[in-house]
Design a protein around this ligand. Structure first.
Ligand SMILES: O=C(O)[C@@H](CO)OP(=O)(O)O
Length: 216
């Protein structure tokens, strides 16, 4: 098994209210991606493979990192459809679409309702989300050499939660913490994944980039 570094994409369109208009990097998102790529080159980090989801924010981030690796796109690495789930919460359970600052309460509730099957007509079941992420990461782990995987916050929180064997409340806390272009690493120890890095942003860890440490 090879180790896998999961990377959340750069900042997307944070004013959006739907999946499509959200799915593009902001000017800061492009900068964050370039800074991460620069950091990886300067630290001479060794990766032999680059994977991304098929969402525009994933593809743009991987391009902006300029790693020199040919990206492999895999839709199993796409994010859960949070806007769609939030709209279903509103329609079916009268839980209003969250404003800034309200995600802290909204996100755990969405994950909980979705997993418990209390939301109808979802784009995929929670179980399907779990299965596709597990299968994509297992396949990547079978390949040669350390891999970079550019994906999204919800997916990273799931991968970390699965590795730790924790449930929805802890997974939601992980998801809420994950910053744009942060790195998270799963390392195989004794046939299981151990999280050895979480939410690392060395490329943003300087005074003039503190405002670039974004979540939304
Ligand atoms: O919308 C977001 O903030 C999350 C939803 O889970 O996803 P992403 O990491 O793709 O931004």
């Amino acid at each position: 098994m090879s180790h896998i570094t999961l990377i959340r994409h750069g900042q997307a369109n944070s004013t959006a209210k739907d999946e499509l208009s959200y799915d593009q990097l902001s000017p800061l998102g492009h900068e964050q991606a370039a800074w991460l790529g620069e950091h990886l080159r300067h630290s001479e980090s060794h990766h032999t493979r680059l994977y991304t989801g098929t969402l525009t924010r994933h593809i743009e981030t991987a391009e902006g990192m300029n790693t020199g690796l040919e990206p492999i796109r895999d839709a199993r690495l796409n994010e859960l459809e949070y806007f769609t789930l939030a709209n279903l919460m509103e329609q079916q359970h009268k839980v209003p679409f969250p404003r800034a600052g309200e995600f802290v309460h909204h996100l755990p509730q969405v994950f909980d309702y979705w997993k418990a099957g209390k939301l109808a007509d979802t784009p995929e079941t929670y179980e399907n989300f779990e299965t596709r992420v597990q299968s994509a990461l297992a396949e990547i782990a079978e390949g040669e050499g350390p891999a970079l995987v550019v994906t999204s916050g919800g997916l990273i929180s799931l991968a970390m939660a699965q590795a730790m064997g924790v449930g929805i409340p802890a997974m939601a806390r992980l998801a809420l913490a994950i910053m744009h272009t942060s790195m998270h690493r799963l390392f195989p120890i004794g046939g299981h994944w151990s999280p050895v890095l979480f939410n690392a942003v060395p490329h943003l860890d300087r005074p003039d980039r503190r405002l670039a440490q974004t979540h939304m």
